[in-house]
Design a protein around this ligand. Structure first.
Ligand code: DQA
Length: 146
């Protein structure tokens, strides 16, 4: 049994009411429940974390190293486009991670089309709404070292 950590950036705590035409009607709690069940089906555990603060997200990534987390699923939200600090944290921990987004960032404003994470991620999943999280979890399974 491995641990997969799901880390969520700013404003994702507002899912459900936040721009539902873009991000869907599910809450972050709904997504957490779905992922917990999906991970259990595959005999793995998840941790699920959200913060609006960059330093808390950096600390959460560093904690993954101490906790021997196998894979990180990261939706950096707006920090995707700005955060060198979070990028450096992922490089420092050297844990394989998947970048994910609910929306198709490539079909949106030009500033959303650059990411500080895509080139160092194992892969990127975006545009499938809440299902992006499930797809990312399934994509993480082969990355888990036995
Ligand atoms: C997002 C896309 C980002 O550009 C945006 O800032 C978010 C959410 C997504 O999941 O689609 O907050 O990461």
């Amino acid at each position: 049994m491995a641990t997969i950590s799901i880390i969520n950036g700013p404003n994702l705590n507002m899912l459900g009411t936040r721009e539902p035409d873009i991000y869907g009607a599910q809450t972050l709690q709904d997504i957490e429940t779905t992922l917990k069940d999906l991970a259990k089906e595959h005999q793995h555990d998840i941790t699920f974390y959200q913060s609006n603060a960059e330093h808390d997200l950096v600390n959460a990534v560093q904690q993954c190293k101490r906790d021997n987390v196998s894979v990180i699923l990261l939706n950096p939200a707006a920090f995707t486009h700005t955060s060198i600090a979070l990028r450096d944290a992922l490089l420092a921990t050297d844990i394989p991670f998947i970048e994910l987004h609910l929306s198709n960032v490539h079909a949106r404003e030009p500033f959303r089309q650059s990411s500080y994470f895509s080139d160092i991620a194992k892969g990127v999943i975006c545009g499938f709404g809440p299902q992006s999280y499930e797809l990312a979890l399934l994509a993480a399974l082969p990355l888990i070292k036995q």
